[in-house]
Design a protein around this ligand. Structure first.
Ligand SMILES: Cc1cc2nc3c(=O)[nH]c(=O)nc-3n(C[C@H](O)[C@H](O)[C@H](O)COP(=O)(O)OP(=O)(O)OC[C@H]3O[C@@H](n4cnc5c(N)ncnc54)[C@H](O)[C@@H]3O)c2cc1C
Ligand SMILES: *[C@@H]1O[C@H](CO)[C@@H](O)[C@H](O)[C@H]1NC(C)=O
Ligand SMILES: *[C@@H]1O[C@H](CO)[C@@H](O)[C@H](O)[C@H]1NC(C)=O
Ligand SMILES: *[C@@H]1O[C@H](CO)[C@@H](O)[C@H](O)[C@H]1NC(C)=O
Ligand SMILES: *[C@@H]1O[C@H](CO)[C@@H](O)[C@H](O)[C@H]1NC(C)=O
Ligand SMILES: *[C@@H]1O[C@H](CO)[C@@H](O)[C@H](O)[C@H]1NC(C)=O
Ligand SMILES: *[C@@H]1O[C@H](CO)[C@@H](O)[C@H](O)[C@H]1NC(C)=O
Ligand SMILES: *[C@@H]1O[C@H](CO)[C@@H](O)[C@H](O)[C@H]1NC(C)=O
Ligand SMILES: *[C@@H]1O[C@H](CO)[C@@H](O)[C@H](O)[C@H]1NC(C)=O
Ligand SMILES: *[C@@H]1O[C@H](CO)[C@@H](O)[C@H](O)[C@H]1NC(C)=O
Length: 595
C-alpha cells in the first residue's frame, strides 16, 4: 500500500486511496467524496458484491462472462489447466484469429502485462486481464455495462478484435464490453440519416460495430461493391473507423472514417444515440478519428459503399544478396523509389511497400536472405498491367542505371474486383509476441525535398530489418469531404502520401527490455520526425509512448477533442491510454487513480 503514497500529493487523497483499496480506517468515512478517487478493484470497498454482479448478469440475459486468461490452460496450478488444450492455444497464439475469437485475449503480450502467457515456464496470474466481460449483441447490453461501470466506479474498456497496437482493448481490474459478436449488415441504395432532411445518394451499408473486414468484403463483393477497408481479415470496424482507417482504396476515396454517414452509439452517460451530420454533431465529429473507447461505444455504423474496382497490380521485388556490397545501397535505393510515390500516387497508384535489409527471399526462402525493396501495388479501373508497368518503367530504368547490383522482378496480376485482389493480398502477418510499432506520416515535402536525408531516415527506420512505406494516402484523403463538413482525423493525414511503420520485439517479463524497446522506437523515428516535423503519427499503428502523442495523433484537433470528451464523459467512465483527455488519471500497480 505504501507505494500509493508516491502517487498522491495530499494526505487526504492518500487516505481515500487506502479506502478504495479496502483498508478500513475509523477516522475516514466511507461513501464520502472519496468515492471517485480510484476506480474500484476486486477486494476494494467499492467493488460490487457477487449478488450485484449476478444482477448485472441477469439483466443482460446471462451474457456476463468471467473468463480465465486464455494462457491458463498451460499452467498446472490453474483450474483450466489442460495439456491438450494448451497445445491448441500455443499453436493459435501467433494468429490474429485466435485473439479475435477470445473474449479477453489481445495480440501483443505486453498489454496483458505478460501475466499469463501460454508457456508453463512463465508465471500465470491473469492480473493483466479484465475481471468481467459482457458478451454484447445489442446496444441495450452495452448500455447495461456502461451504467454499471459508471455507478460502481469500475474501469470500463471495449474489446472487439483485440488487435490494437497501443493496448487500448485490455486493462486490469476492469469490466470489458466485448463487441465481437455485434455483427450483421444491411445494404442501402441511397441513405437518409435519421432526423436529416437530406438523402445521400449512392450505396451504403449499415454494419454491427464488431464486423470484420473479411465479412464486409465478402458480403459486398457478392453485389460487386466494397467499403474502404484495411488489410487484416479480422480487423473490426470499431477500432479501425474510430482511428481513421487507411486502405488500398483510400488514396482515391479518402480514409475509411471519411465515408461514415451515421453511427449508433452508447455514451458514457448511458444514452443510446444515433449520431450524424444533423444530430449530436460534435460527438459525430469526434467519433470519426478521435480514437477508440474514448467518446462513446459504437454499436453500429453506416458507411458509403463503392463499386468494386477492377485492378491491375504488381508485386515488385528489387533485390540483391543481403551480404553483398550492393546491399549497402538499400537506403539510397529505397529513398529514391519512395521519393517517386507522390507522383505515382497522383497517377493512381496505391499499395504497400517494404524496405528490406535482411529478409528471406519472398520468392524462394530457401535461397537465403535478400536486401532491397518490395512493393505490392495496384492501379484501379483497369486490368491492363502494361498501364501499371508504364508507370514503373522509368523507375526501373533509373534503378538499373544507378544500382546495377539489383535485379528487378515485377510479378504482374490483374483482378476483376477488390475482393479478388484481397483474396490473394490480405494481411498475412503474425502476432503473439511482445512488440511495439512506430509510425510516421510523410508528406510530399518529406518525400521529395531532400532524398539524401530521406535515405538516412529510412536507413535508421529499417535498421531492425524491415520498415514499411504504405502509399495509402494522397489525393483522395486530401480532397475527402466527410459529412458534416469534417471529422477528427489527424490533420497530418490530409497532407500525407505515405504511412511508414516498423516494429521492435522484446523479451517478455523483462522490464528493462521493454523500456529499451520503447527507447529504440524513439531513436529509430527521430530522423523521420526531423524530416517531417509538422506531420504526425497514425494512432492505430503507433507506439503508446509517442512523445507529445496528443498532437502527434490529433494535431490541432486536440483541444476541441478534449472539450468534447469533457462534455460527453465528465466522469471519465471511458479511460484509456494514449487517449484524448486521459490526463486526469494515472495507472499504478493495476489501479486507476485520479492525478
Ligand atoms: C493484421 C492487421 C492489419 C491491419 N491493417 C490495417 C489497415 O490496413 N489499415 C488501418 O488503418 N489499420 C490497420 N490495422 C490497425 C487497426 O486499425 C487497429 O489495430 C485497430 O485498433 C483495430 O481495431 P479493432 O476494433 O479490430 O481492435 P480492438 O483492439 O478490439 O480495438 C481497438 C480500439 O478501438 C476500441 N473499440 C473497438 N470497438 C469499439 C467500438 N465499437 N466503439 C468504441 N471503441 C471501440 C477499443 O477499445 C480500442 O481502443 C491493422 C491491424 C492488424 C492487426
Ligand atoms: C451468467 O448467467 C449465465 C446463465 O444464466 C451463466 O451461465 C453464467 O455463468 C453467468 N455468469 C457469471 C459471470 O456468473
Ligand atoms: C503436460 O505436457 C508436458 C509436456 O508435454 C509434460 O511434461 C507434462 O507432464 C504434462 N502434464 C500432464 C499433467 O499431463
Ligand atoms: C457470445 O455470444 C455469441 C452470440 O450470442 C455466442 O455465439 C457466443 O458463444 C458467446 N460467447 C461466449 C464466450 O459466451
Ligand atoms: C464489377 O464492377 C466493375 C466496375 O467497377 C465492372 O467492371 C465488373 O465487370 C463488375 N464485375 C462483375 C462480376 O459484375
Ligand atoms: C490479365 O490477367 C489475365 C489472367 O491472369 C491474363 O491472361 C491477361 O493477359 C492479363 N491482362 C493484362 C493486360 O495484363
Ligand atoms: C534492367 O536491366 C536488365 C539487364 O541488366 C534488362 O534486362 C531490363 O530490361 C532493364 N530494365 C529496365 C526497365 O530498363
Ligand atoms: C539534405 O540532407 C543532408 C543530410 O541530412 C544534409 O547534409 C544536406 O545539407 C541537406 N541538403 C539540403 C539541400 O538541404
Ligand atoms: C533483460 O533485458 C536486458 C536488455 O535487453 C538484458 O540485458 C538482460 O539480460 C535481460 N534480463 C534477463 C533476466 O534476461
Ligand atoms: C506487471 O507485472 C509486474 C511483474 O512482472 C508487476 O510488478 C507489476 O505490478 C504488474 N503491473 C500491473 C499493472 O499489474
Amino acid at each position: 500500500m505504501l507505494t500509493l503514497s508516491q502517487v498522491y500529493k495530499s494526505p487526504s487523497a492518500f487516505l481515500c486511496a487506502l479506502l478504495a483499496a479496502g483498508v478500513s480506517l475509523a477516522d475516514v468515512r466511507p461513501g464520502s467524496s472519496c468515492d471517485p478517487l480510484c476506480k474500484s478493484v476486486p477486494g476494494s470497498a467499492g467493488w460490487p458484491s457477487t449478488e450485484t454482479w449476478a444482477s448485472l448478469n441477469e439483466s443482460t440475459g446471462g451474457r456476463l462472462l468471467r473468463p480465465s486468461p486464455p494462457g491458463a490452460v498451460c499452467h498446472s496450478g490453474q483450474p483450466t489447466f489442460d495439456n491438450a488444450t494448451c497445445r491448441g492455444v500455443q499453436a493459435g497464439w501467433t494468429s490474429y484469429e485466435f485473439h479475435d475469437a477470445d473474449p479477453v485475449s489481445v495480440d501483443w503480450n505486453q498489454y496483458s502485462n505478460d501475466s499469463c502467457l501460454p508457456d508453463p515456464h512463465y508465471p500465470c496470474s491473469g492480473e493483466g486481464y479484465p475481471v468481467f466481460v459482457i458478451n454484447a449483441t445489442t446496444a441495450e447490453h452495452v448500455k447495461l455495462g456502461v451504467d454499471f461501470a459508471r455507478e460502481h466506479h469500475i474501469r470500463l474498456i471495449v474489446k472487439s478484435s483485440g488487435h490494437d497496437f497501443i493496448g487500448r482493448s485490455i486493462a486490469p481490474n476492469s469490466l470489458s464490453i466485448w463487441t465481437h459478436h455485434m455483427t450483421g449488415l444491411q445494404t442501402h441504395e441511397g441513405f437518409q440519416p435519421k432526423s436529416c432532411k437530406v438523402t445521400i445518394d449512392g450505396g451504403a451499408v449499415t454494419a454491427g460495430a464488431g464486423s470484420a473486414m473479411a465479412e464486409l468484403y465478402g458480403a459486398l463483393g457478392s453485389i460487386n461493391r466494397t467499403v474502404i477497408g484495411g488489410g487484416g481479415k479480422t480487423v473490426s470496424l470499431g477500432g479501425y473507423l474510430t482511428g481513421a482507417g487507411h486502405s488500398l482504396l483510400s488514396s482515391r476515396y479518402g480514409l475509411a472514417t471519411d465515408q461514415v454517414l451515421e453511427m449508433e452509439v452508447v455514451t458514457p452517460k448511458g444514452e443510446i444515440l444515433t449520431i450524424n451530420e444533423c444530430s449530436h454533431q460534435d460527438l459525430f465529429w469526434a467519433m470519426r478519428g478521435g480514437g477508440g473507447s474514448t467518446f462513446a461505444i459504437m454499436t453500429s455504423v453506416t458507411v458509403k459503399t463503392f463499386p468494386s474496382p477492377r485492378l491491375a497490380c504488381g508485386d515488385i521485388i528489387v533485390a540483391t544478396d543481403a551480404n553483398s556490397f550492393a546491399a549497402k545501397s538499400v537506403p539510397d535505393l529505397a529513398a529514391y523509389v519512395v521519393s517517386q510515390f507522390p507522383d505515382l500516387g497522383d497517377a493512381g497508384m496505391s499499395g504497400y511497400s517494404y524496405i528490406l535489409r535482411d529478409f528471406p527471399n519472398p520468392y524462394d526462402p530457401s535461397s537465403g536472405s535478400v536486401a532491397g525493396f518490395y512493393a505490392s501495388m495496384c492501379i484501379q479501373d483497369t486490368q491492363d498491367t502494361t498501364e501499371f508497368l508504364t508507370l514503373w518503367n522509368p523507375i526501373f530504368k533509373h534503378i538499373n542505371e544507378t544500382w546495377p547490383g539489383f535485379s528487378i522482378v515485377p510479378n504482374l496480376a490483374n483482378f476483376t474486383s477488390f475482393s479478388g485482389w484481397y483474396a490473394v493480398n490480405y494481411d498475412k502477418s503474425t502476432t503473439g509476441t511482445d512488440s511495439y510499432v512506430g509510425s510516421r506520416l510523410l508528406d510530399k515535402k518529406a518525400l521529395t525535398s531532400n532524398v539524401t536525408a530521406l535515405a538516412a531516415a529510412l536507413d535508421r527506420l529499417s535498421s531492425g530489418g524491415t520498415a514499411t512505406a504504405f502509399l495509402v494516402s494522397g489525393k483522395g484523403v486530401m480532397d475527402a469531404k466527410p459529412r458534416g463538413g469534417g471529422d477528427a482525423v489527424n490533420p497530418a493525414w490530409r497532407k500525407a502520401y505515405v504511412h511508414s511503420t516498423f516494429g521492435v520485439e522484446f523479451e517478455p517479463l523483462n522490464a528493462s527490455a521493454k523500456a529499451e524497446a520503447l527507447q529504440k522506437i524513439n531513436y529509430m523515428l527521430e530522423p523521420m520526425r526531423e524530416l517531417a516535423p509538422d506531420m504526425g503519427a497514425y494512432m492505430n499503428e503507433a507506439n503508446p509512448e509517442e512523445p507529445d502523442w496528443q498532437h502527434q495523433f490529433w494535431g490541432d484537433h486536440y483541444g476541441r477533442l478534449v472539450e468534447i470528451k469533457r462534455d460527453v464523459d465528465p466522469q471519465d467512465v471511458l479511460w484509456c491510454t494514449p487517449c484524448v483527455g486521459n490526463e486526469r488519471w494515472k495507472e499504478h500497480d493495476g489501479m486507476l487513480c485520479r492525478v
